[in-house]
Design a binder for this molecule. Structure first.
Ligand code: NCD
Ligand code: ZN
Length: 344
């Protein structure tokens, strides 16, 4: 198949940042996706429905003329999130979920939840109002190996959480392991997962063999190839529990190419083509539309998009770098490499 037409895709996990960054990130994402869940890990984080609505307006100010883009907002879970905020989300037009970062797990997560049991009163309301809980699924204890942190989160935190709240809607974000994929498969329909392009296309060899490649460093960290293969299987299986979330996370070139480099891959400008590349590599390009354009909207209870996009099987070189902030550069995921798909 050399061209494929699909309903416009949505990105159920993206980082746009704030201020000057929006000039780069909003047009890049809006040209690819109709809707995006805009992550709340700003400094300071987006903690209430009012703050989320204000952030949405700052995003909307950067949507290019003639482009339809509907940012879907989430608020950032802290130890002090009020149970009453859940009802406000349920009543709100633009806010869809609450994002939980275990404190210290990743970029800008210092104000995250210190112990999930402290926020069970809020989670009880989320189950009642069917407001999805989005999880960065990694434990943070120093003694737990970075490659095991997702599995430990599933075993020690998520599994007991779902025993306590069996009807809670949960998205396990950016899954990276067979353990997480199998856990999601075993749950009822209220538990789903997003998968990024980097975890479908790459594994830890791409990050570490032949020198450290900081532009492949994101969290959760790339795992071994067997996990990559499981992720490809579930993403391309047609199972609606798995859907698109790029986790596109911009950091300037200097912040990435650094003795203490930041975590995050910037995939927004060519995200749908990167997914097409991954699906085509396992001869499942016909399964892309469900993953990219149906299952996420269905899970969130939002209507599917109506416009379409067309992808053509034609070489495209990903730019070496892009302008970012005031005079800085950003290196997109897979920069300088050729992929076989292009959005028309
Ligand atoms: C994200 C970021 O930079 O905000 N980084 C990342 O490595 N994925 C945060 C996150 O989603 O973990
Ligand atoms: Zn993220």
């Amino acid at each position: 198949m050399n061209t494929i037409t699909l309903l416009q895709p949505d990105d159920w996990h993206a980082h746009l940042r704030d201020g000057l960054a929006l000039k780069r990130t909003v047009p890049d994402l809006a040209q690819q996706f109709s809707r995006a869940i805009c992550m709340p890990n700003l400094v300071p984080p987006v903690k209430t429905v009012d703050e989320a609505n204000a952030y949405r307006e700052r995003i909307m100010a950067h949507v290019p003329e003639g482009v339809d883009f509907d940012p879907r907002m989430v608020i950032y879970f802290t130890d002090n999130t009020a149970p009453d905020e859940v009802r406000k989300i349920a009543d709100s037009e633009y806010v869809n979920a609450i994002k939980l970062y275990p404190a210290g797990a990743t970029t800008n997560s210092d104000s995250g939840v210190s112990d999930i049991r402290k926020v069970y009163a809020v989670i009880e309301q989320m189950e009642k109002h069917q407001v999805p809980l989005l999880l960065h699924g990694e434990v943070t204890h120093n003694h737990i190996d970075i490659f095991d942190r997702e599995k430990r989160f599933v075993d020690d935190i998520l599994s007991p959480l779902l025993q306590q709240f069996p009807e809670l809607k949960v998205v396990l974000e950016h899954i990276t392991t067979s353990d997480a994929a199998h856990f999601v498969l075993e749950q009822d329909r209220n538990v789903a997962a997003t998968i990024t392009p980097q975890h479908l296309l790459f594994n830890r060899n791409d990050l570490l063999v032949g020198g450290v490649k900081p532009h492949f460093y994101c969290l959760p960290i790339l795992k071994r190839q067997t996990h990559q293969q499981t992720l490809l299987e579930v993403a391309t299986s047609g199972n609606p529990k798995f859907f698109l979330g790029t986790d596109s996370a911009p950091h300037s070139k200097n912040a990435k190419e650094n003795a203490c480099g930041c975590a995050g891959c910037y995939s927004a400008p060519t995200a749908i083509e990167l997914y097409a590349q991954a699906f085509d590599q396992v001869s499942r390009i016909e399964r892309l539309e469900g993953f990219a354009s149906h299952f996420g909207a269905d899970f969130y209870g939002l209507p599917r998009n109506t416009k379409t996009i067309t992808l053509v099987k034609e070489d495209q070189v990903i730019p070496e770098s892009l302008d970012y902030l005031d005079g800085e550069k950003i290196i997109p995921l897979y920069a300088g490499n050729t992929i076989q798909w292009r959005k028309m």
